[in-house]
Ligand binder design. Structure first.
Ligand code: FUL
Length: 492
């Protein structure tokens, strides 16, 4: 009996010891599972394509003829393949831009591909792309412009019904969607069914966002809403279209109040709702294709800088590829996208922290379950945690031999809330502790962490790295730490 009871007893003692260390409680607002899933996609693509592609414009007036939509070579599979090769995990497509032209044969308007010569009016770009995404293993989503410069009733209640009908069509007929994008540009001059006038609306009240968001959520169980209203959506605009988030970046905003530019860029430490930041930027100067921009495709160093300032600053990156007039993504853009993905993968291929000796000056209940090593075990669901009430602590990484590195990555276990307010990095170089800060920073870079924070510094050759959390809303939960060496060129 002994040899059976003993391990049994030992196991129960161990179990009791583990359960004696309570798991940390959530701190403040937390993300929904839909938000977490989109956050974890990190990079996904925007595709801008509409009549503007053929009028060489960025905003159509709404008086264009559907006849001009007749691409010779439209191939949604090429778009999906290109996006996948660029490291994109999903695609958001402009089903309807401000001109009002529908890239699917909507039952509610004549202003759509149904009245275009392309495929004799039998085509459906949204359907083609939804299928291509499924084939390439990408998630799919739509951009539906609330502003419609073609519709005669824009500005009145009838248009809002039309808008919701279109939303229902899109979210019912094309399979699973991960996001719906309700652009913030709203009202102004337009064709409006021939009225050719100026129509102003109150963008907070006109669309009945509460109900419209609820409609979207009721039609798609995994969807997140991107919106720009005081009825706060699930993801927020970052406040610029240049590709950067603030150094300090909270995933929170205050519900019921329109955020100003400062709050969009940095979030709000005291916010009462989880609203993750999304950085939208185009690989070219414009969102739509213009031949004159063929030589202005962003360079690899520019794209890398954007990556560090978006994904590396607790945001997702929504990178736009315009569709060309032939119905394809231009080869320069495709090649640049693939180079970008390969470079990101290369920089973060080898985590030097994995070979280091890892320790911390505080570990929750002294438990192995919350040990510092949990931050380098490659698992997103385990983390280093401190005791409740301990809001400053450090983790030490000691290398076998002096090691060269210039990138540091940290991530919080945000399912239980974003916590860290301030941290510091120091490297032990020739026996001296040297402070490391981001090379691009105009602001203090080592502040918030969130889901992922990347710090870039000039190469150091160090025998140890100290990651100190200086202040946190509650005990910090660090699920990921990485140290890397990269020699890729990055724009500051
Ligand atoms: C803006 C729009 O006005 C642009 O045309 C583009 O669609 C961009 C993503 O959002 O608000």
């Amino acid at each position: 009996m002994k040899h059976i009871t003993f391990p049994f007893l030992a196991l129960s003692v161990l179990a009791a010891a583990c359960s004696a260390v309570p798991a940390p409680e959530a701190c403040g607002p937390v993300p929904s599972s839909n938000q977490l899933k989109v956050q974890d996609m990190e990079t996904y693509a925007f595709l801008h394509y509409s009549l503007n592609t053929y009028t060489d414009a960025e905003w159509g007036y709404g008086n264009e003829s559907p006849e001009i939509f007749n691409p010779s070579n439209l191939d949604a599979r090429q778009w999906a393949r290109t996006c996948r090769a660029a490291g994109m995990k999903g695609i958001i497509f402009t089903a309807k831009h401000h001109c009002g032209f529908c890239m699917w044969p909507s039952a509610y308007t004549e202003f759509s591909v149904r009245n275009s010569p392309w495929k004799n009016g039998e085509g459906d770009v949204v359907k083609d792309l939804a299928e291509a995404c499924r084939e390439e293993g990408l998630r799919f989503a739509v951009y539906l412009s609330p502003w419609d410069r073609n519709h005669a009733a824009y500005g009145g209640p009838e248009y809002v019904e039309y808008f919701r009908n279109q939303l229902t069509e899109l979210l019912s007929n094309y399979g699973d969607m991960f996001e719906v994008w309700f652009d913030g540009a709203n009202g102004g001059n337009g064709w409006y069914g021939g009225a050719d006038t100026v129509r102003r609306i109150d963008k907070d009240t006109y669309y009945g966002w509460d109900e419209t968001y609820a409609l979207a959520r009721s039609l798609q169980k995994d969807i997140i809403v991107w919106g720009d209203s005081r009825f706060i959506a699930d993801f927020r605009w970052i406040g610029n279209e240049s590709g950067f988030a603030g150094e300090k970046n909270w995933s929170l905003l205050e519900n019921g109040r329109r955020a100003d530019m400062e709050e969009l860029g940095h979030g709000l430490e005291t916010g009462d709702r989880w609203v993750f930041p999304e950085v939208d930027v185009s690989i070219r100067p414009g969102w739509f294709y213009h031949e004159r921009e063929d030589s202005l495709v962003k360079t690899l160093p520019e794209l890398m800088a954007i990556y560090y300032k978006s994904v590396g600053r607790n945001s997702t990156l929504l990178l736009n590829f315009p569709i060309g007039r032939d119905g394809l993504i231009h080869p320069v853009d495709s090649a640049r996208g693939a180079e970008f993905a390969a470079t990101v993968a290369g920089v973060f291929a080898h985590n030097l922290a994995e070979g280091a000796k890892i320790s911390a000056d505080n570990v929750r209940g002294g438990s192995r379950r919350y040990a510092a090593g949990k931050a380098v075990d490659g698992r997103p669901d385990t983390y280093w945690a401190t005791d409740d009430g301990v809001v400053s602590a450090n983790m030490l990484m000691e290398f076998d031999a002096p090691t060269e590195f210039n990138r540091f990555v940290a991530g919080e276990y945000v399912a239980l809330g974003q916590r860290v307010k301030d941290f510091a990095l120091e490297a032990l170089v020739d026996g001296e502790w040297v402070e490391l800060n981001d090379i691009s920073g105009t602001e203090d870079a080592t502040t918030t962490i969130g889901r992922k924070r990347i710090i870039r510094f000039s190469t150091v050759k160090a025998s140890a790295l100290r990651f100190s959390i200086l202040d946190s809303k509650a005990c910090p939960l660090i699920s990921n730490v990485g140290v890397y060496f990269s020699n890729e060129k990055v724009n500051l």
